[in-house]
Write a protein of this length. Structure first.
Length: 380
């Protein structure tokens, strides 16, 4: 397996020590399945092979020419600690501008940065972030990171098209748990992640569009520490209400996050969530529409995979709600429904107009009502 060559950006506000978060995650995450060395080498080679060959299948299924012979991003097979390290570096690159802005705002108000750092607690907050990364590192099967090139100049040269990671221990664990054909399952997972890579290649504007939304949102949400404290409290209360059954947000793709957002932030988050629903739904549509001659057990894999999610322990449900993973699952489902309905009514070519420019992205309301997107974008 490969350890991603990425380190947190050099610009450091000191508010969150992301390198420490990565170290905490690496120390606390369980290793996962550890087959004999030769068996692990064979499994890693298999995953890398399927990651490479899946691009041609995505091209055929999606109809996106950007997938033809696409070789713009490296494929790395990592362990859980490697995934956590890579994501800590990306979070640093994405969030540090907002952290720097927050520190500057404090200094401008005559409030020392030490006061701010004391509340956020650079190492304490990093430890909490590391614990979250450790938990997530046991759940993620694969990930396409379009922002891997932001972490350092070296990474920008090496990863101009982002980076695709397959988390080997998790793939091995789930394929055994589901009792499915390993080669089929590995290709099925890779189809999803390579579809994300193809999406960003088909829509070169998408990377900067999403980056702008992320940075605007993070800047807005960290604008005032006192408000941030109150928002965190409301988020925890919202999770508690959902867990105890007092609050149901079945139609809210934002989940508990809705409790911490102002009007402008809700607008930004709604846009981001709608886009993520599209991307995840489209990737799910591709992986589920692979021909049975390629993945013979595709229907069995999907049925058992969905059933696995329904068999969570109460403790897992609490954690998933707190981290917004249930809301994320809704994005997959509603996004796939959107893609399916649009393709059924407008055809694959009509749906693929969504990648032309940002104005064609669906809104959150259109994700729920796909037929309202069709006349807006595909009007005569």
């Amino acid at each position: 397996m490969t350890t991603p060559h990425s380190t947190p950006g050099t610009t450091d506000s000191g508010l969150i020590k992301w390198s420490f978060a990565a170290a905490v995650a690496a120390r606390t995450t369980p290793a996962g399945p550890t087959p004999p060395a030769r068996a692990m080498q064979q499994a890693v080679a298999s995953m890398r092979h399927h990651a490479e060959t899946s691009v041609d299948h995505v091209h055929r299924i999606s109809g996106l020419e950007a997938a033809r012979d696409l070789r713009d991003a490296p494929v790395v097979v990592v362990d859980r600690a490697g995934w956590a390290k890579a994501n800590a570096a990306t979070f640093a690159a994405l969030l540090e501008p907002a952290m720097n802005e927050l520190a500057g705002r404090y200094r401008a108000r005559g409030r020392g940065s030490n006061e701010l750092t004391q509340w956020i607690g650079s190492r304490a907050t990093a430890a909490e972030a590391g614990a979250i990364l450790a938990f997530l590192s046991t759940k993620v099967l694969g990930q396409y990171d379009p922002y891997a090139g932001l972490t350092s100049p070296e990474a920008a040269r090496r990863n101009p098209g982002g980076r695709l990671m397959i988390v080997a221990p998790n793939v091995l664990e789930v394929e055994r748990e589901l009792n499915v054909e390993p080669e089929d399952f590995r290709l099925w997972v890779c189809l999803h992640e390579q579809t994300h890579r193809v999406q960003f290649a088909a829509a070169p504007w998408l990377r900067n569009h999403m980056l702008g939304t992320i940075q605007d949102l993070s800047s807005s949400m960290t604008g005032d520490v006192d408000q941030l404290k109150a928002r965190m409290g409301r988020a925890v209360a919202a999770v508690g209400g959902q867990v105890k059954g007092r609050r149901r947000d079945d139609d809210d793709l934002l989940g508990p996050m809705s409790a911490v957002l102002g009007d402008r932030e809700r607008e930004l988050m709604s846009s981001a969530v709608a886009t993520m629903s599209l991307l995840e739904g489209h990737a799910n549509w591709v992986m589920d529409n692979v021909d049975s001659s390629v993945v013979s057990s595709v229907k069995t894999i999907r049925r058992r995979f969905d059933r696995r999610r329904d068999l969570q322990s109460p403790g897992q449900r609490v954690i998933r709600k707190f981290l917004g993973l249930d809301a994320k699952a809704k994005q997959y489902v509603q996004g796939q429904k959107f893609v399916t309905e649009v393709i059924d009514s407008a055809g694959l070519e009509g749906f693929n107009r969504v990648w032309d420019h940002a104005g064609n992205l669906p809104t959150e309301a259109e994700i729920r009502d796909p037929q309202s997107w069709v006349p807006r974008v595909l009007k005569p």
